[in-house]
Design a protein around this ligand. Structure first.
Ligand code: PXG
Length: 465
């Protein structure tokens, strides 16, 4: 077998990558032309690529490396667990201590009444679990018709058939037969892009009331659950107006509709609390977790389930599960991650240091002529780009063109900011220091300046009419 390592020249690695590796959410033929960026190592909040660049990762990998890269505690936990018991399943009346300990710890950290954990390998898998679990719950309660699930346009809940159907990404639904039947999508509470002349508060109420209208249209007796991210992440960091979640809660309570809070991004400190549900004042029946659960060091997800649903599901054989449900190595890494978050008081650091410093930095960036506002909740944020700051105008050219240009200029300034359409996304490791946030600010400002200059020179600062 030939050895492919970081010692090979970048071009050779890129050629091999293009020949054999199909990337997710990518036009692979275009990537082949450009060549994938090869990441070779990482420490703290910095990535290193095969050309030796030190890149500040303001995306925490993919919204997940909450404790930063290179934490020895997580590495040791994986090593120890691999030596002791690298794999055993949790089917057929067996269990093991990593799964036991992680479930118990999650029950302790979760809001009151959420005391049961069903493990999965990812957020997508966990949301597929949730879909089957809520339908099974109502069926076992003698209401099999109460099976419809309401979600939102531009939500992201994963990429498998169930989770992708519950997600509201139209470009995903265009491929492969999604959404599956029984899933419905209402409008999102994106005041910045869709609020027009309404106040954010009025707009939040209007969008929440779409849920009531949809429940009445379907018949409350047919609606199993509403699923939503407390703060939408992949949709562009959409922080709902303050009126939104209280109204959603009122409606779900009134019509006996379960709430699935998808905490895959919001969970484990991202919004300044253990869970985004706490930040937003939501009382969920199920929370989806993944990503920050293990800080991305090992693939693990799950559903934290309330007593009421667990009582019904535990009384029957729930014919569902994954080979890697509660994988011992992943569970051990997740436990070590939760220990780091607690022992290092990472949530206090977020509340007292990182989130205030990030807010300061982003407010300065929001003054930039090409930035049209700021969406911010704790350590997740987006800066929407605009050709016309005064009225939150969209660009006349194809959506995402300016965002892509800015992302490329971020890379050129050794910074990772992802773009969603024309919004720049920020979701750094939670352990980022105030000094590192200063560096983030300097690089982001340079990238925005470069983008603005290029847009001006290309006569691309025209607003859509
Ligand atoms: N729910 C939410 C809220 C997510 O953000 C998932 C579920 C699915 O998790 P898995 O582990 O199956 O990927 C996610 C994942 C992006 C991006 O480009 C975001 C996600 C995944 C991939 C890309 O922002 N979020």
């Amino acid at each position: 077998m030939s050895i492919i390592s970081n010692n090979l020249p970048t071009a050779e690695l890129q050629a091999l990558d293009a020949a054999h590796h199909m990337h997710p959410f990518t036009t692979n033929d275009e990537l082949k032309e450009r060549g994938a960026r090869v990441i070779t190592q990482a420490k703290g909040v910095y990535l290193q690529d095969s050309e030796g660049n030190q890149i500040l990762d303001a995306m925490a990998g993919l919204w997940c490396v909450n404790v930063g890269y290179g934490r020895q505690e997580l590495i040791d936990a994986a090593t120890r667990q691999m030596q002791e018991l690298p794999f055993y399943n949790t089917f057929f009346n067996t269990t093991h201590t990593p799964a036991i300990a992680l479930a118990a710890e999650l029950a302790k950290l979760a809001p009151e009444g959420l005391n049961h954990v069903f493990f999965a390998g990812s957020g997508s898998e966990a949301n597929d679990t949730n879909l089957r679990m809520v339908r099974t719950y109502w069926a076992e309660k003698g209401q099999p018709q109460k099976s419809h699930v309401i979600s939102r346009k531009n939500a992201y809940h994963g990429s498998s058939m169930g989770s992708g159907s519950m997600g509201g990404m139209s470009y995903m639904h265009a491929q492969g037969g999604m959404p599956i039947p029984g899933i419905h999508h209402i409008g999102q509470p994106d005041w910045w892009a869709e609020g027009g002349d309404h106040t954010p508060e009025a707009f939040g109420l209007t969008r929440a009331q779409e849920l009531e209208a949809k429940i009445l249209e379907l018949g409350a007796e047919n609606v199993a659950a509403f699923i939503a991210e407390p703060v939408q992440g992949a949709g562009g960091v959409i922080v709902p107006p303050s009126t939104y979640w209280p109204e959603i809660q009122r409606i779900c309570d009134k019509y006996d509709v379960l709430i699935i809070a998808d905490e895959v991004i919001c969970g484990f400190g991202r919004t300044g609390n253990w869970f985004g549900s706490t930040t937003m004042g939501i009382k969920p029946h199920i929370m989806t977790i993944a990503k920050g659960l293990s800080s991305g060091y090992a693939p693990i997800g799950g559903s934290i389930v309330c007593d009421e649903i667990a009582e019904v599901i535990n009384a029957v054989e729930f014919n569902h599960g994954y080979t890697y449900s509660g994988h011992p190595v992943c569970a051990a890494v997740a436990l070590a991650n939760l220990r780091v978050l607690q022992d290092d008081n990472v949530l206090d650091h977020v509340r007292n240091v990182a989130a205030p410093a990030l807010k300061d930095a982003l407010e300065k960036l929001a003054d930039h002529p090409v930035v049209g506002g700021l969406n911010l909740c704790g350590m997740m944020a987006s800066l929407p780009l605009t050709p016309q700051k005064e009225n939150r105008a969209k660009f006349a050219m194809d959506q995402g063109t300016a965002g892509f240009m800015c992302r490329e200029r971020c890379f050129a300034n050794n910074l990772v900011m992802r773009h969603v359409g024309d919004r720049m996304i920020i979701s750094p490791p939670l352990v980022i220091t105030a000094e590192e946030i200063d560096i983030f600010h300097t690089r982001a400002k340079a990238a925005l300046d470069d983008t603005y200059k290029a847009l001006k020179e290309g006569d691309m600062l025209k607003a859509a009419t």
